[in-house]
Design a protein around this ligand. Structure first.
Ligand code: AMP
Length: 280
């Protein structure tokens, strides 16, 4: 497995691979890799000749400088894990290789980017759009893999690719959870043991909403049921919402196409999770 650090080298690599007729699967990450990330690499491995993973902590998507500074950076261990997962190439550039100049563009991402994470993290999705667009231009993959753990991000990236007519398939991959139900996240390593227990309430609240809907409650009642779970533990809730899965709009009625999404801080660490709400 080879590691690239410069924009020029990764661009040359993708051009060469394209000329050879090889299909490229791309997994963008911010490192501190865990099984969730590795599941994306495996998906990419199944469907492409070549797998490229990027490890880049993108400053422009952090709306709090402390969050950016405290974000875990574990490149050596990341590289080991990627090797074991049979990844072919890693792109781990310094910031000025990705952004030689600050990207000041305002990306048109539509309604899907406005609420939830968009409202609670101003500028976040613009930063995500900026880095994903740039990375897709450099790696030029046939398919790019994103976790449904960040469901709104997945929806925003689909909107980005459509709006800017980028020729790449965006593939959404299922959430990988610990046995306890906690969604895997690079941020979990910053939680104490007690914090991990508390964080389980996020998944519990999502399941509670699901049970409520299945038991015949309305969407509003199911939201309340989820929120109640989070009131019983020491978390700072940012939102708990049930939305339409297709565009994250507010549901006018109960359908089989809903998703519950939650964001909360545990020990000051911001965690998100979601669950597709199936009626059976
Ligand atoms: P990050 O390094 O947090 O930016 O995540 C890189 C990619 O891995 C994103 O597409 C995430 O949605 C995905 N990802 C992170 N955690 C998980 C998880 N627990 N299950 C599935 N995908 C995940």
């Amino acid at each position: 497995m080879q590691t690239f650090k410069t924009a020029k080298s990764i661009l040359e690599l993708s051009e060469k691979l394209r000329q050879e007729g090889q299909t490229i699967g791309f997994v963008p990450t911010m490192g501190a890799l865990h099984e969730g990330h590795i599941s994306l690499i495996k998906k990419a491995r199944e469907a492409n000749d070549i797998v490229v993973c990027s490890v880049f902590v993108n400053p422009s998507q952090f709306n709090e400088s402390a969050d950016f500074e405290n974000y875990p950076r574990t490149l050596e261990s990341d590289i080991k894990q990627l090797k074991s997962a049979d990844c072919d190439f890693v792109f781990a550039p310094p910031t000025d290789e990705v952004f030689p100049e600050k990207d000041t563009a305002e990306y048109e991402l539509g309604e899907v980017a406005r609420e939830l994470e968009g409202a609670h993290r101003p500028g976040h999705f613009n930063g995500v759009a900026s880095v994903v667009k740039r990375l897709l231009e450099l790696v030029n993959p046939h398919r790019a893999y994103f976790g449904l753990k960040d469901y709104q991000q997945y929806a925003v990236i689909k909107a980005l690719v459509k709006r800017y007519k980028m020729d790449v398939d965006i593939v959404g991959c299922e959430i990988v959870r610990e046995r306890s139900g906690l969604a895997m996240s690079s941020r979990n390593i910053r939680l104490s043991n007690g914090g991990r227990d508390t964080a389980l309430a996020l998944y519990r609240s999502l399941r509670e909403a699901q049970s409520a809907l299945r038991a015949g409650k309305t969407v509003a009642q199911a939201e309340s049921a989820g929120r109640v779970i989070l009131k019983m533990v020491p978390v700072d809730l940012e939102y708990f919402e049930i939305r339409n899965r297709s565009d994250l709009s507010q549901p006018a009625e109960k359908t089989d196409n809903l998703i519950a999404l939650v964001a909360a801080r545990v020990e000051g660490i911001r965690l998100i999770d979601n669950l597709f709400l199936n009626m059976e």
